[in-house]
Write a protein that binds this ligand. Sequence first.
Ligand SMILES: Nc1nc2c(ncn2[C@@H]2O[C@H](COP(=O)(O)OP(=O)(O)O)[C@@H](O)[C@H]2O)c(=O)[nH]1
Ligand SMILES: [Mg+2]
Length: 359
Amino acid sequence: MKVGIVGLPNAGKSSLFNALTRAGAEAANYPFTTIEPNVAVVPVRDERLEQIAELLGASEVVFDTISFQDIAGLVAGAHRGEGLGNRFLAHIRETDAILHVVRCHTDDRVVHPDGRVDPIADIETIETELILADLEQAERRLERVRRIARSGDRQAIAEQAWLEQLIEALQSGRPARSVPVPPDAGDALRALGPITAKPTLFVANVDEDVDSVPEAVAAHAAAQGAGAVAISARVQAELAELEPQDAAALRAELGVAESGLERTTRAAFALLDQIAFFTAGEAKPAQSWHLRNGLTAWHAAGEIHSDIQRGFVRAEVVGWRELLAAGGYAGAREQATLRLEGRDYVMRDGDVLTVKFTP
Ligand SMILES: Nc1nc2c(ncn2[C@@H]2O[C@H](COP(=O)(O)OP(=O)(O)O)[C@@H](O)[C@H]2O)c(=O)[nH]1
Ligand SMILES: [Mg+2]
C-alpha cells in the first residue's frame, strides 16, 4: 500500500514523513528501506502480533509494511506545471491514498507561503490543484474514448458518458469521488486514476498543546467522507530522533499521546478499508498482513503466497483474543474458538489464520 503525503510548502510534510520513517525503523527488527530520499517503506507495528508471537514462541516478528512518499512542490498553479507541479502530480496519481497535511499550528517562526494561518483556505488551494489536474487528465482521456465510442464499443460509450459527467463535476469544483463509475464502464476508474477519487486522510498539524482536530477541518473532512487526525509533526519528528527511553520520558513530560503516529498509520489503513490478520506458529515467523474488508480466507491465502491460494484446502481461524485467552492453538481447539473454515469465510480484523493447502 502506497500513501502520498501532500500539503502546501511548510505545512509539515517532511516532519511527518521523518517521524513515520524513523518510528518505523525503530519498531522493526530489520532496517526499513529507503527507495528514494522521499519514499520510505515503514513496518506497521501491531501489539496484537507481538503478544501472539510471544505466546507461541515465534522465531521473529514481521510486520506488514506501508510505503509513504513525501510529495513536495504542490503549490497554486501546479496543474499548469508551476514549481515542477506536473511531475509531483504524476507521483500522486500512483498512490493508493493521500495524507493531506494542513498547517494548523500558530508558531510564527514558521513562514506560511501566503503569510497567514488559514487551514481551510490551504486545503482549498491544494484541492483546487488536484481537481484541475484531474480535469486536464479527464479531458485528454475523453478525446481518446470518444474515438473508440464512435465505432460502437459499448464499454467506451459508457465510459464517455461517465467522463462527460465527471468533467462537469470537476469544472464546478467537485471531486471525482462524487461521480460513481457505472458498472458497464469497465475499468474506467483505473484507466483515468483520478487523484480526487483517492481516499484521503487530513492530518491537522496542530500546536504542541492541542490534541484535537480544529472544528472547521473536521467538518470539511466529514463533508467529503474523509478522515482527520491531529498530530504535532514537529514533536513527533523530534520524538522519533530520540532513543526509546528518552522518547518515553519526553512524551510523559509533554503529555503527548504515544499513539500519535500509530493513530495515523491505523487511520490510513481504516481509510482504505483494510483489516489486519496474522499468521504465526512455534519457531516460525509471526507475520501481520492486510486485506480489504469483506474479502475471504481464499483472498487472505493469496496475500501470503499464490501457491497457498492455488492449493487452498481449508482454513483454521481463531480471533487473536481467543487465541491468547486459550494459551495457544491446542487450547483454542479444545475451547472450540479455533474453527475450520472454507474458502468463502469472510476474514475479520485480528483473525489468526493457518491455511491447509496441497502443494
Ligand atoms: N511549531 C511547529 N513547527 C513545525 C511543526 N511542524 C513542522 N514545523 C516546522 O515547520 C517547518 C516546515 O516543516 P516541514 O516539515 O519541512 O514542511 P514541508 O515543507 O511541508 O515539508 C520546519 O521548520 C518544521 O520544524 C509543528 O507542528 N509545530
Ligand atoms: Mg518538505
